[in-house]
Design a protein around this ligand. Structure first.
Ligand SMILES: O=P(O)(O)OC[C@H]1O[C@H](OP(=O)(O)OP(=O)(O)O)[C@H](O)[C@@H]1O
Ligand SMILES: Nc1ncnc2[nH]cnc12
Length: 170
C-alpha cells in the first residue's frame, strides 16, 4: 500500500501559497492508519522509550496510537492556556504564523527516554520547540517521527542533532 496516495493535497489552505497536506483520508483508512503506526513502532525498536510526546493537535493522533502500541504513557504538548497544572512554555514560528507551546512541569522525569511524534515536518519549529521543552525537564529525546516531511522547508536541518524519521516525503 502506498501511504502517499492517502494524503489529499489542497492548494492555498489555510492561506494563499500553502500546499496543505490533509491526513484525514489516511486516518479514515484502517489499513493505512495501522501501517503508519506499525512503521513507527518498528522505528522505536531498541530505543527503549519510556514515554511518547505529541504536540497539539494532529500530533496527538499519531503519538497516542504509538504510545498504546509501545505500551508506554503519552504526554501532550499544548497550545497556550490549555494545560491546567504548572507549565513551562516556549514561542516558535510556523510555516504560517507564530505560536507558543506548553508542557506540564511534572510530565517528564529527569533521564526519561522520549520519542516525539507529529503528523508533519515543515520548518521544524514545532518539533525543535517540543524537544527543547522536554530537555528543559531533563528528558532525553531518542527519536522524532513524522508521517510527512516537506523536504523543501529543511526541517531536517533544524533537527539535525536528533534521530529523525518520516514515512512520506514531498
Ligand atoms: O515544522 P513546522 O513548521 O513547525 O510545522 C509543522 C506543524 O504544523 C502543524 O501544526 P499546527 O500548528 O498547524 O497545528 P494543528 O496540529 O493544531 O493543526 C503540524 O501538525 C505540525 O505540528
Ligand atoms: N503544508 C502543510 N500542510 C499541512 N500541515 C502543515 N503544517 C505546516 N505546514 C503544513
Amino acid at each position: 500500500m502506498n501511504l502517499k496516495e492517502k494524503i489529499r493535497v489542497i492548494q492555498d489552505f489555510p492561506e494563499k501559497g500553502i500546499s496543505f497536506k490533509d491526513i484525514t483520508p489516511l486516518l479514515q483508512d484502517k489499513n493505512a492508519f495501522k501501517k503508519s503506526i506499525d512503521c513507527m513502532k518498528k522505528w522505536s525498536e531498541n530505543l527503549q522509550a519510556d514515554i511518547v510526546v505529541g504536540p497539539e493537535a494532529r500530533g496527538f493522533i499519531f503519538a497516542t496510537a504509538l504510545a498504546y502500541a509501545l505500551n508506554v504513557g503519552f504526554v501532550p504538548v499544548r497550545k497556550p492556556g490549555k494545560l491546567p497544572g504548572q507549565v513551562i512554555s516556549a514561542e516558535y514560528s510556523l510555516e504560517y504564523g507564530k505560536n507558543i507551546l506548553e508542557i506540564h512541569k511534572d510530565a517528564i522525569q529527569p533521564g526519561q527516554k522520549v520519542v516525539i511524534v507529529d503528523d508533519l515536518l515543515a520548518t521544524g519549529g514545532t518539533l525543535l520547540t517540543t524537544a527543547r521543552l522536554i530537555e528543559r525537564l531533563g528528558g532525553q529525546v531518542v527519536g522524532i517521527f513524522f508521517l510527512i516531511e516537506l523536504s523543501e522547508l529543511k526541517g531536517r536541518e533544524t533537527l539535525k542533532e536528533y534521530n529523525v524519521k518520516s514515512l512520506i516525503t514531498y
